[in-house]
Ligand binder design. Structure first.
Ligand SMILES: *Cc1c(COP(=O)(O)O)cnc(C)c1O
Length: 404
């Protein structure tokens, strides 16, 4: 039997319409868009231009020229951060502001830049992961060269007040980058209205192919490239363009814009049904992330006294993730939950549900049943749960249990 897929924050399947749009670029229309001496090259250039316009429309960019195709959002995040920092090489004491719950593509890049003597400042957040705007503004000074704050978190789904951040950034004349990978196709984003200068996109998180993404670069923002070569993409990203990928990203962007209103409402209903079902049928559970300012397709739940990994095994019929896909290979608990001061013993009991197009109400009801049974069975084997039920104060017990 095929598993029910509920891990859409990790990746999404390629839409049939997207695949169909890509087929010519994978077969007959195989030209290099840089070849301007023949029809094969012209056809490829035409497809790339059309895709660039589709991506620009999704985020309401003023011009398609502001879209730079990359190998994905990891590269887009790297290009945004390193590109801006290296364009300000002449400044002695540079700093940038970000959040401790950013995707690793931003955090690890920031760590790399720290070695180049760029100070990394982390803005404060509330317990749900929403940035503290006063603290953000206080951390800006004359040496601040970039603010990088995600639109939505891939683990807990918390949405940031992007427009407010954009207003603050503009007021202080600091470029504002946002990793909008999780938000695109689920929330409306307008780079002009929201004062966004740089924005990272990944195709495979919105029903496009893997290995393709883009960075929106507002006109006038200076970037030093991280890949040198033939000067493609207005000198900002060399390398022969991934035409099939780009066509797929363009189509995915078009569909994301077209279906946004309907699909986000549908997902919200499903997510709420899942959340209400879990809260009604299972005790000792908690929701991570913001109760309302959250991606419509995200739910992150702590099931106390149950190891997340064990619960995933108990629910084999569902494809689920505990924490983020990148860190779940190691036994460390989620760095996002850790940054929000969720104790380790609770972070280990957390599951992430990422709903998507294929999910139905029937899936939700099956998953609630599986979770209820799974949690009950696992808790029957948990001495801590017995003690908790009997009202014994088990905080110390839990700590020693989880630290042995
Ligand atoms: C998946 C993801 C990325 C990385 O995107 P790739 O295209 O896989 O490199 C970056 N940021 C966020 C928020 C993501 O969810």
């Amino acid at each position: 039997m095929k598993q029910i897929y509920m891990d859409h924050h990790a990746t999404t399947p390629v839409d049939a319409e997207v695949l169909e749009a890509m087929m010519p670029a994978l077969t007959t229309e195989f030209g290099n868009p840089s070849s301007n001496t023949h029809a094969y090259g012209h056809a490829a250039r035409y497809m790339v231009d059309a895709a660039r316009a589709q991506v620009a429309r999704l985020i309401a960019a003023t011009s398609p020229d502001e879209i730079i195709f990359t190998s994905g959002a990891t590269e887009a995040d790297n290009l945004a951060l390193k590109g801006v920092v290296h364009a300000k090489e002449h400044m002695a004491d540079r700093n940038m502001i970000t959040l401790a719950i950013e995707h690793k593509a931003v955090l690890d890049t920031a760590v790399r830049l720290e070695k180049e003597h760029v100070e990394i400042r982390f803005a404060r957040m509330d317990p749900y992961g929403v940035v503290d705007l006063d603290d953000l503004e206080k951390k800006i000074d004359k040496n601040t060269i970039l603010i990088s704050i995600q639109a939505a978190n891939s683990e807990i789904g918390t949405l940031q007040p992007i427009r407010d951040i954009g207003v603050i950034a503009k007021k202080h004349n600091v470029p504002f980058h946002t990793d909008a990978v999780q938000a695109l196709g689920r929330c409306e984003i307008d780079v002009v209205r929201d004062h966004i200068d740089l924005l990272s996109i990944s195709a495979h998180k919105m029903y496009g192919p893997k290995g393709i993404g883009a960075l929106y670069v507002r006109k006038g923002i200076k970037l030093v490239p991280i890949i040198d070569g033939g000067g493609h993409e207005r000198q900002m990203r060399s390398g022969t363009l991934n035409v099939p990928g780009i066509v797929g990203l363009g189509k995915a962007a078009e569909i994301a814009k077209r279906d946004l209103a309907r699909e986000s409402v549908r997902l919200l209903k499903l997510r709420n049904r899942l959340q209400e079902g879990i809260l009604r049928r299972i005790d000792h559970v908690g929701i991570n992330g913001h109760p309302t300012k959250r991606l419509p397709n995200n739910l992150n739940v702590t099931f106390a006294y149950v190891e997340g990994e064990s619960l995933i095994l108990a629910c084999r019929e569902v494809a689920l993730s505990s924490g983020s896909a990148c860190t779940s290979a190691s036994l460390q608990s989620s760095y996002v939950l850790k940054a929000l001061k969720v104790p380790d013993f609770l972070a280990h009991c957390s599951l992430r549900f990422g709903l998507g197009k294929s999910n139905t109400q029937e899936h939700i009801d099956i998953v609630i049943d599986l979770l209820e049974k799974g949690v009950q069975r696992l808790r029957e084997m948990s001495p801590l749960y017995d003690m908790a039920r009997e009202g014994v104060d088990i905080d110390g017990v839990r700590w020693s249990h989880h630290h042995k």
